[in-house]
Structure formats: C-alpha cells, structure tokens
Design a protein around this ligand. Sequence first.
Ligand code: BGC
Length: 726
Amino acid sequence: MNQLLKNVLTLAAVVSVSVVSAQKKSATPVYLNEDAPIEQRVEDALERMTLDEKVAFIHAQSKFSAPGVPRLGIPEVWCTDSSHGIREECAWDKWSGAEWTNDACTAFPGLVCLAASWDPELASRYGVAIGEEARYRNKTVLLGPGLNIYRTPLCGRNHEYMGEDPYLVSTLAVPYIKGVQSNGVATCAKHFALNNQEQRRHSTDVEISDRALYEIYLPAFKAATVDAGSWSIMGAYMKYKGEYCCHNQYLLDDILKGEWGWDGVVISDWGGVHDTHQAIHHGLDLEFGTWTDGLSQGKANAYDAYHLADTLKTLVKAGKVSEDVLDEKVRRVLRMVFRTTMSKDRPYGSFVSPEHSAAAREIAQGGIVLLKNENKVLPMRPAEVKKLLVVGDVATASMMKSGSSTTLKAKYEILPLDGIKAAYPNAEITYMRGYEVDKRKAEPLKDVVEAAREADAVIVFAGLYYKGGQDAEGVDRKSMELPYGQDKVIEALCGVNPNYAVVMVSGTGVAMPWKDKVPAIVQGWHCGSEAGTALASVLTGEVNPSGKLPYTYYASLDQCGAHVLGDYPGDKNHHQVYRDDIFVGYRFIDREGIKPNFPFGHGLSYTTFEYSNVRINRTKGNANSKWVVSVDVTNTGDVDGKEIVQLYVAAPKGKLNARAVKELKGYNKVALKAGETRTVEIPMDFSSLAYFDEAMHDWNVLAGEYKALIGASSQDIRGEVAFEVK
Ligand code: BGC
C-alpha cells in the first residue's frame, strides 16, 4: 500500500469513528447523559414527559415508592425509614413487612445517643455507614435525620432527635447528612417544623414568636438544607398559623424556598396532606401517605385519589392550575433523581459489614453518659467482680420493634445481658428480671434484695421500651415516671450493696426519685445492634465514658418551660401557644435558677479534667470578625479520657425584653492522655452573637459587652472572658 492510500484509509477510519460517536452522542438524550449539568438534564427530561407522567411522578404508587418515568428509564423513587437503621422492605400497600430474607440491617444507636457524643466526626461516620446501607438496598431517600427540638421530656420521639440545643443539633446534622448523601442517597430532614410532641400531632396548631421559631426551632433545618444541602425535607404533621406544615406557605414557600433559596424536594409526612389547593400551591412537591386524607380513612391502593394525583390532573387540564406549577414540582423531584439514582457518582454501598458494626459500637461508646459515680463505683473491673447480679427486664429485651417508623429488623442485636456475660467471662452472673413486663414473670422483690446482698456488684438495667406511651411514635408519655414499677426495684436495692449501678436504657429523660441514693448512674440510650457490647465496655472500664447530655435531665415536669410556661399539649381546640418562647431546656433552667437532676452538657469520666487560662483572641477586624476562645485543659486523673469543652456566650440584653442568660455557641471534644495538658481552641464568629430581630425580620447583633464562658457543662462554668462589640 502506498503512503497516500494509507493516509486516506486512516482518515476514512477516523471519520467513520467520529461519525459513529457523533451518532451515539446525538442518540443519547441530554437527561441520560451523566456528564451533562443537572439543570440541563432536568429541563430535557421535563420536556419529554407527558401530563400523565408528570402527575404520576409527584405522588406515591405504593407505601414507600413513587413511580419514576418507566417509559424514559427514569427509576422509581424509593424512600426508607429511618434515621438509625434501614427499615425492612414493606408490603406494597401496607406498613407491615414484605417478608424478604435479605433485608436485615445494622441497627445504629438512636440519634439522641449520637447527639450525646458531641462528636461531628462520629456524626459523619454514622452518616456514611447508614448511607451505605441505604444505597446497598437501592433507596433513593433516607427518611431522616430527625431534627426536632427536645421541648418536653414526654415527647415520644425524643430518641429520634438530637436534644434541646439548636447549635448542637445543627453541628451534628451537617456531617451526618453529608455522609449519607456521599452515597448518592438523599436525606430527608424531618419533621419540618415544630413536631416537638407526638400528642395530637395531626391536629395541633402551633402559635410561636418569630424569634423562637428562628432561634430555636429552625436552625437545624437551615443547617440541614443550606449548609449540608439535604436533597429533601419532610413536612411535619402539625399546623403552623392554621396551615398543615406539609403545605404551609410560611414555612415552605416563604422561608425554606424563599429566604433560604433551597432547591430540594418537600416530601409530605405519610398522610400529612389535607388540602388540595394548599398541596398544589404551598410548597409541597411529593406526596406520600397511606390513605386519601390522612392516616386512617379511605381505601387501600387509593393513590390516584391523592391530592397531587387525579384531582391535580383535572385542574391542570381544565386550565385552573397552570402547568408551570406542576412543572416546578417535577423539576425538583427530577433534580433529586439526577443527584441520586441517576448520578454517575453513585457508589454501590455495603450492608451489615464489620465496619458498620464497629461504627455502631463506637457511636454508642462515644454517646453513653456517666451521670453519677460516687465512690468510684464504676468501672466494675472484671478482675474485681466474682459474683455479679444483673437485674431488669430491659437487660434481655429487644429494642427493635416499635410498631412504627423506627421499627427495625436487625441482622443481630447484642442485648445488655449478653454484653455483660462476654465482658465478665470469669464471673458468676445471676440474672433476675426484677419487674414484670407483659406476661414475663418477675421474682419476688425480697429474693432480688437477697441476691444483691450476696453479690460483689449489682447492675440494674431500667428504662423505656419502644412501645406506645414510652419511647415511641404517635403518643407522648403521660408522665416522666418509669413504667412497670421499675422505680420500686431500684429503690429496694438502695443501700443493700455499695457497688450498685443503674443503667438507663431510654431515649429521653425519666424521673429518678432514687437519684441521690444510687451511687452510679449511666445514661445508656437505645444503642442498636451493638448495645450490649457498648454498655458493657463502659461498665468494665474498657472504654472511658465521654458523652454529655444533649438535653436537660429534669427532676420533674415543673422544671421544664414547655410545661410551666407553654400550654403543652395545647388547649381543647388543639391550639398551642409556645409561651416558653426561646426558653427551652437550659435557657429556662438558667433564667429561673433551677437545679435539674442533671444539667444540659453534663457527663462524667473515669478521669478528671482541670481547666485554666481562658482567653479570647480576635482573628480579623471586620464585620465577619472571628474570635477564638482558648483554654488549657489537663487530664488530672490516671486514665486516658475525652473531654467535651463547651463555649457559651452571654450577650447584653440591650433593648430586648428577654435574652437567655447564655447560649451554646461552640464545643470541642478532645482526647487527653493521663496527665496531658492541651490548649483547646473554639472558634466563634459574628453570627454567634446574633438574635432574631422581629421588627427587622432578620438577624441582628447588639453592641455592648459580651462574655465567653467556658464550661464542662451548662452549670459547670470553669472560666470566662469579657469582650466588647462596637
Ligand atoms: C413518621 C415519619 C416516617 C413516615 C414513614 C410517619 O408516621 O412521622 O417520620 O418517616 O411515617 O414511615
């Protein structure tokens, strides 16, 4: 072949290859091109969709799925509960399980335990791990994290949320969300907003000042959507200003999509949509639910009768609703699909891996709180305990089934008693139920007391079950008291054996009438698959506890602002004024000078920490001024440990009628070897000083003298420095 012919052939080959690839390219619609910008994909897909497809796209087709656009290859949208584990597959149109055999998950600790860790790195690990499980199960949306504020200890879902302080919740929500979404699974921050109680959650209309709304109840949602970029959010069941939160013009259009400029999907809580006009016009994008008008009425498979279904289609066809309104909702759902299931960056996930077990265990270990430890009763070192008495039905009760959205089918669950047996292999362990639960019979109390007298050490596991009226959805507790007469058993053992510890397995505060008589108390939460291992590791001292309370542990309800000042649970018309306003948790405690059982931010260690030399430095001189508050912290004990150093700001009152005595604005969890001293730095910016000015409808900062307070808890302030804002 001569050179010329060779060249011609090569050229022909190149031309034919590029023709083929051009053909291929032009054959690939933009919406299927994973490299195209998302907004272009959205517009291209939208153009191709028929009216029927658009309407179908924005409401459920089954209990947990919406249909996608099968003709175009756009996959179904699959949602799954919950914040702390991936729920089993449900039957198509039922809450009950579909009886698959490959869907048993890793159960992670409840979010309140994560909050008690005060550890953004653990929050990130949590998000990554649960996101991997959701991805493996091919879910589009994880229905969490729960971000409502702990306003009353009675709220049945406190265990799903992250405590009473908006700053703490926000700083943990962000890494959790980023972790989940790094798996190509959308989070659905819930329940937006004001779902601070379960009692009358479908009918309560909340009245609240703008200041309390913006300062206490919205920051975590703003952090979730604006800072972390959560791709979806769930409307709450409650009403605000007379409109249900799932289609609430103020919350969704004005604040979320307006002020915050957020471009994600508003998903209704299941059955939370009640008004077709509002559902169409007030911010809702994707309707999920059970029946046609809420949770309890209608017929099975009623999806066509949803508010965003046939009715909407008829209205659009009749020209009564502009197709633009529908398109805007479709766009948002498409955007979420391109960010998740149709993204080339979506990894593959993993399920019930050893890494997930380790994450679950370490989150639990980081969040368990040592509330009290007189005479160093804890740790109970295995070498020193020959005869151990374990009491309490909780020690052997599974904490997986709540009957509602937190129910998990876990691959495994290490119960507290199993954890103890493994941690004390050489001890003689006696287990007694102590109190009767359901039909599980208990021993006579005198026998339990007798056994306690003969043991070297006694551990009582007490707490709340995932059951209606305890730690569960749909209803609040009636009082702070422990159920099943558990207090009686705990009381009976006081003074019998000096080596006595009570472990509280609950997701919220309970009354502790015996608090002063029990030498050691541990807040053990609901820790999921690794509960037993994590609890035992703290009791034996293998792990030095480092969690601190993310909420005020009230001695009784009359220490809680919502009960004293608010009108919880609302009046006879289900109208509720949040008279406690910004005075939630420690903000109320501080103002009233109350001594709760344990304050917000409290938690002990097997070592002790000394604080000295609190100082403040300014890092920049302009309006975005940043300060760094520093303190030297020394581990003064003989074991390594972690301390959570807290920064509170006390602001001048200025023209404000009411201002919290102090507010949490920073924290830093540091590991210190025995004897080690470290300088702990906590940055703070201008926004830490702001309050929500109702007249301006914006954040504002008063000039005057501020104080930076450094504490080991909200009631254990170790040092302070003043600084001036001009
Ligand atoms: C709960 C949500 C949950 C949804 C789906 C509702 O009852 O309030 O938190 O995600 O059900 O199970």
